[in-house]
Design a protein around this ligand. Structure first.
Ligand SMILES: [Mg+2]
Length: 222
């Protein structure tokens, strides 16, 4: 069957959202509020972040802020930390600069844009808030463990030609196993790390470093 409808499912962190930049800015803002100078709080912040992430695939904002507050040197309080944490502009500034062009292209060419992400709903949603003009509710999937909803998500697009873009090869591999017609794209936004592991015998259909390359991939199939 020739599938005329197309959808591109995007991961959020390290795919369309610069999580490293975000953590750096967040750390700076929180440190200042907590009464620290310069880089004084960086290591502590990292330790707290890693500790909270250890038992979960993502960080719970409430846990992070409560833990951080224990180290305050100023008179700040949880309410003030929350205001910093949930500031919309912070999130908007961390969308990778190539996202808008790619989303515009897809949108102009009637290719659907979906979100397929791990995390807490509220936190992931504020990350993509500035992109909402491109997104339709029914194409947004945020789960505490998205690997478990790959099958159901792909099934919902069985009449579509589906592209999946992620910085984690395990997600792409899972999708390929479930539906070999899924076009898997690995996005390499950062240097290889312990979290980015290629499963044995898995090669994604494409490897890209930014979303300008995505446009070139999608064009010839049009
Ligand atoms: Mg990611």
């Amino acid at each position: 069957m020739l599938k005329n409808n197309k959808i591109v499912l995007f991961d959020i962190d390290h795919t369309i959202f610069d999580t490293d930049k975000y953590l750096k800015i967040l750390n700076e803002k929180l440190s200042k509020e907590l009464g620290y100078d310069g880089d004084e709080f960086i290591e502590k912040f990292k330790q707290i972040y890693v500790k909270i992430k250890k038992d979960s695939p993502y960080v719970m904002p409430e846990d992070l802020l409560e833990e951080i507050l224990k180290h305050k040197k100023s008179k700040t309080n949880l309410k003030k930390l929350k205001e910093i944490f949930w500031e919309k502009k912070l999130y908007e500034s961390c969308i990778y600069p190539d996202v808008d062009k790619a989303f515009s292209y897809l949108s102009d060419n009637d290719i659907k844009i979906g979100i397929f992400s791990t995390g807490t709903t509220k936190h992931q949603r504020i990350k993509i808030q500035s992109l909402k003009e491109y997104l339709s509710e029914k194409n947004i999937f945020i789960s505490s463990q998205k690997i478990k909803i790959v099958k159901d998500t792909l099934h919902g697009y069985k009449d579509y030609f589906t592209y999946l873009i992620d910085d984690l090869p395990v997600v792409l591999h899972e999708a390929k196993k479930i539906d070999p017609n899924t076009f898997t794209i690995f996005i390499k936004r950062r240097e290889p790390s312990a979290t980015v592991v290629f499963p044995k015998d898995f090669i994604p259909d494409k490897v890209i470093e930014n979303l300008d390359e995505l446009i070139d991939i999608i064009k010839p199939i049009n």
